[in-house]
Design a protein around this ligand. Structure first.
Ligand code: SF4
Ligand code: SF4
Ligand code: SF4
Length: 175
């Protein structure tokens, strides 16, 4: 006989997680619904993370704050996650990608290379233009979604967006 209490509890957890679609989860978190179903909010990943990029989100689940730090893909969070909400069976990559918005200083013809100077895989490149300030462009093929470019930006111009399209059931309608 199905355990209706457990099912209702899990459904509630997943529904709450779906409202956090734009939240950046730690690496190796896999599918959002599975992550929420498995995570016990023990905070072991938060305590072990050497860069302190993981914090407790509004819903009580761990999430990454790239305005604070970066992920080094050290896997320490995976190693301490007892219920395997973070698991090496899931893809390593963080499921968000950086996007440079129009507040970038180069859009106002102000010289700045802070993001590129902090990007180890050299995924941010500047194309030289005669008589104009060069603008940054991110190569998503080289980008590892580590978040190291976000905090050094003096105007918070680097935002992260989900790599997967938003599930239909979580989309909000505008009246
Ligand atoms: S992989 Fe390492 S740096 Fe990245 S979130 Fe996990 S513990 Fe922190
Ligand atoms: S270690 Fe695992 S179960 Fe604990 S809070 Fe982090 S993701 Fe959740
Ligand atoms: S998120 Fe991508 S662009 Fe930003 S520092 Fe990391 S690898 Fe470079």
């Amino acid at each position: 006989m199905p355990d209706l209490n457990k099912r209702a509890w899990l459904t509630g957890k997943v529904a709450k997680a779906q409202s956090d679609y734009n939240v950046i989860r730690p690496p190796y978190s896999g599918n959002e619904a599975d992550f929420i179903a498995k995570c016990t909010q023990c905070n072991a990943c938060i305590d072990i993370c050497p860069t302190k990029v993981i914090q407790i989100g509004n819903s009580g689940y761990p999430e990454l704050n790239f305005q604070k730090a970066e992920c080094e893909y050290c896997q320490k969070c995976v190693d301490v996650c007892q219920p395997s909400a973070l698991s090496q069976l899931n893809p390593q990559t963080i499921q968000h990608q950086p996007l440079i918005n129009s507040s970038c200083l180069t859009e106002q013809d102000i010289y700045c290379r802070s993001c590129a100077e902090n990007c180890e895989p050299m995924a941010i490149q500047f194309t030289y233009k005669q008589s104009a300030i060069a603008k940054p462009k991110i190569s998503l093929e080289l980008c590892t979604s580590c978040g190291a470019c976000a905090a050094p930006c003096p105007v918070d111009a680097i935002q992260f967006q989900p790599t997967q399209p938003e599930p239909l059931s979580t989309k909000r309608t505008v009246s």
